[in-house]
Design a protein around this ligand. Structure first.
Ligand code: PEP
Ligand code: MG
Length: 746
């Protein structure tokens, strides 16, 4: 009844204020309350009285309370309802003489929430001592769901204090971690868009309950099916999430709350939204990461349920605005590659670490990205303006005009910086004291190879072949692979190009390749382990590479070598394929070099057996550091505790450099360390002279090299490696040198 009256009032041709006045009147009558007041949260953090029945009408748009101030401010700040028999005796009660409020004792206030965000507060009061119970609270929360929708969709500009806006549209800033340098201005595209509920009010409560029941049933069936058939990403995480979904989907408390919201007059989908609001509000305020994750799972589940109820299906990802900036809780590299790359400018994630594979793909696509932007998904809407400052790891959502202008200027300056770096393109990368450093690209898509001409890098130190496999919708055939490698070789020309054999598994999932769930995918059935176990896949790729090279030099890199025998077996597979080619009269590569990735710690203790067999080695610091420290590279909660250039890690890397020198074999760093100025400096300081990095890092690192006097830094770091650094970190030592030599570091 009340909800229906509200709906009718919203449809009536009334001015905004008259409509609000009527609404508070209806709520007061319905709740048999003397007072009903509606406060809206402004962008300056004040709660403004927007309408009242019962308090002095003159106080409307005059009375304000700050967040946390008074009972209303408390409800808004905590996003929790509050029911009191005697409000005036509550320690937070803030008396506002203009309202005439002192007469009222019984008090019930509820937050007006949308996607967990507080938009305002709805209050009823009575002069008599009276107790507002749970049922009334529930009814008020239901009413508040409708008011939230009204705030979000109506135009209050003519009501609110001039110059202010409602809080919902407030500019927000997020401090995250940088995935890439650079700045991007664009429009939000939610990777997992919220389902928009349009039908709020139940025509027939029983029918709505049945709809909810059958939606729940079909959702449970689909979760069970996913779990039973293993039809999911083969990561244990994914399984855990599904198990949690199953638990929530069968949770009576959750289901009861949904049913109760329908009993109060909401449609099934509005009931889900109403209950989801509580989850989101708790999520936004929760600091325990474990609980927050579970709340996220519950929120995801509610989204699934909404999709079933509104038949929204899976969101379509393909129509992007120009300058699209993806905002997501998290995303795998394969999902990212599904988007139209021409329109994508950047990515913002709530999770993710800088060496997660998605971050690597982001870099290889030349996108600007920031991770760890907490809670950004709940407060963003598709179409919002957004700026990513990748360099600072900061995101501005709905930026003010000033902020926007600052960034427009910064972009102009960074264009100038790019021009400056471009001018360094043809200068040899040699330090001031004459150490030549070979700078190479990390790459993974044919589309990023032409960037070599812009950066002037010497070649490609790491071509991650799996990225092409990840964009494909099915396993690329041999000829398709060969065509692609031919194209890559043509673009790179005479410069060196190192093809790394497929490094799939872990979080690099090929959707068309069935895999079984594993407890520890990063340490599981991946990379060359999978290649040797399924030699068909490996042979096809090797054949394609050999065919593409026809008469040209070819360099092949073997990933995730744990023991020398794996490297030898791979070499045998390659040798057999060469024999086959020769027999069938095909041209073979003019020269062939085969190298091993050093990224599994065990190999550090077998370098003298490996190196005589290898033509070169390449260090994968992303995996090496994750395994050395037993800290998941994709989980910053653990990985950020361990500096990758702390002495123990540098000693490990130095083992490889020394061994390679002993055996006269080239060693390259191709992990993310090489692309960061201080880290690159640490690597040069321990004798590395070949650095492979994302194309965007070439300019800044080269500029540092051109200004660098390396010898004294090498001496100091050598000393530190053998006898320690007197309690200083390597990073501290390097910072001092940077200051002393006035080195530009990006
Ligand atoms: C590494 O592990 O450092 C590396 C270069 O390989 P990837 O990041 O592709 O695992
Ligand atoms: Mg690796």
């Amino acid at each position: 009844m009340l909800l229906r009256q509200l709906r009718e009032t919203m449809a009536e041709p009334l001015a905004s204020q008259a409509r609000l006045d009527k609404i508070v009147g209806l709520i007061a009558d319905n709740m048999r309350a003397d007072v009903c007041s509606f406060y809206v949260l402004r962008d300056d953090g004040a709660l403004e009285l927007f309408a009242t029945r019962g308090l002095d009408a003159k106080s409307v748009h005059l009375t304000t309370l700050r967040l946390g101030e008074g009972l209303v401010g408390l409800i808004a700040a905590e996003a929790e309802p509050l029911s009191l028999d005697d409000a005036t005796s509550h320690p937070s009660f803030a008396y506002r003489p203009e309202t005439g409020e002192e007469k009222y004792n019984a008090f019930l206030g509820v937050p007006v929430l949308r996607a967990g965000q507080t938009l305002g507060v709805l209050v009823v009061q009575n002069a008599d001592r009276r107790h507002y119970g749970e049922e009334e609270t529930e009814a008020m929360l239901t009413t508040a769901t409708i008011l939230a929708e009204m705030i979000a969709t109506s135009d209050f500009v003519n009501l609110i204090k001039p110059g202010s806006d409602i809080d919902l549209r407030r500019p927000r800033m997020f401090n995250g971690v940088s995935f890439t340098d650079g700045i991007a201005l664009g429009k939000v595209v939610l990777h997992d868009p919220r389902v928009v509920v349009t039908n709020f009010i139940a025509e027939d409560t029983e029918a709505e309950k049945q709809r909810l029941d059958s939606a729940l049933a079909s959702m449970r069936v689909s979760i069970d099916a996913m779990l039973d058939h293993g039809d999911m990403q083969p990561t244990s995480d994914h399984r855990e999430i599904l198990e949690t979904y199953r638990m929530f989907a069968n949770d009576r408390g959750w289901v009861n709350r949904l049913m109760e919201a329908i009993d109060n007059g909401l449609s099934a989908e509005a009931a889900v939204e109403r209950v989801q609001n509580d989850t989101r509000a708790r999520m936004l305020r929760q600091t325990d990461p474990y609980i927050r994750d579970r709340l996220h799972d519950l929120d995801d589940l509610a989204n699934r349920l909404l999709r079933v109820l509104t038949s929204a299906g899976q969101p379509a990802h393909h129509e992007l605005p120009d300058n699209a900036i993806l905002v997501a809780r998290n995303m795998g590299p394969a999902e990212l590659l599904e988007y139209d790359r021409k329109k994508l400018r950047g990515v913002v994630l709530e999770e993710g670490g800088a060496t997660a594979h998605v971050a690597i793909v982001v870099r290889s696509l030349g996108l600007v990205a920031v991770g760890q932007a907490q809670s950004i998904v709940s407060v963003s809407e598709t179409g919002d303006d957004i700026i990513i400052d990748g360099t600072a790891g900061v995101v501005h959502l709905r930026p003010t005009r000033d902020v926007e202008q600052t960034y427009v200027d910064k972009v102009r300056i960074s264009a100038r910086r790019r021009a400056h770096f471009a001018a360094l393109r043809s200068r040899p990368s040699v330090t001031k004291d004459g150490v030549a450093i070979t700078m190479l690209h990390n790459s993974g898509l044919v589309a990023d190879l032409p960037m070599l001409n812009e950066t002037g890098a010497a070649g490609v130190g790491l071509f991650r072949t799996e990225l092409q496999f990840m964009i494909a919708s099915r396993l690329p055939r041999m000829q398709e692979q060969a065509d692609l490698y031919t194209q890559a070789m043509q673009i790179v020309g005479d410069r060196p190009l190192v093809f790394r054999l497929l490094d799939i598994g872990g979080d690099k999932v090929l959707p068309y390749l069935r895999a079984t769930a594993e407890e520890n995918p990063a340490m599981g059935y991946r990379s060359i382990r999978l290649g040797l176990d399924r030699p068909g896949l490996l042979r096809t790729q090797i054949r394609a590479l050999l065919l593409a090279a026809r008469g040209r030099p070819l360099k092949i890199l073997v990933p995730m070598v744990t023991e020398t025998f794996e490297f030898l077996q791979t070499k045998q597979v390659i040798a057999k394929e060469i024999e086959r080619l020769k027999r069938s009269g095909h041209p073979v590569p003019s020269t062939l070099e085969i190298g091993a990735m050093v990224e599994v710690p065990s190999l550090l203790f077998e370098l003298d057996q490996l190196l005589p067999e290898a033509d070169f080695v390449s260090i994968g610091s992303n995996d090496l550091v994750q395994f050395l420290t037993a800290a998941d590279r994709a989980n910053p909660r653990v990985s950020k505790a361990y500096d990758p250039i702390a002495l123990p890690r540098l000693r490990a890397i130095r083992l490889v450099v020394d061994a390679a020198n002993r055996h006269g074999k080239p060693v390259t760093m191709c992990g993310e360390l090489a692309g960061k100025p201080i880290e690159a400096l640490a690597l040069m300081a321990i004798g590395m002279t070949r650095l492979s990095m994302g194309p965007a890092s070439i300019g800044p690192i080269k500029e540092m090299i051109l200004n660098l006097e390396l010898k004294p830094i090498q001496d100091e770091i050598s000393q530190a490696l053998s006898v320690g650094a007197n309690g200083n970190s390597v990073r501290d030592l390097l910072h001092r040198w940077i200051e002393k030599q006035n080195l530009p570091i990006g």
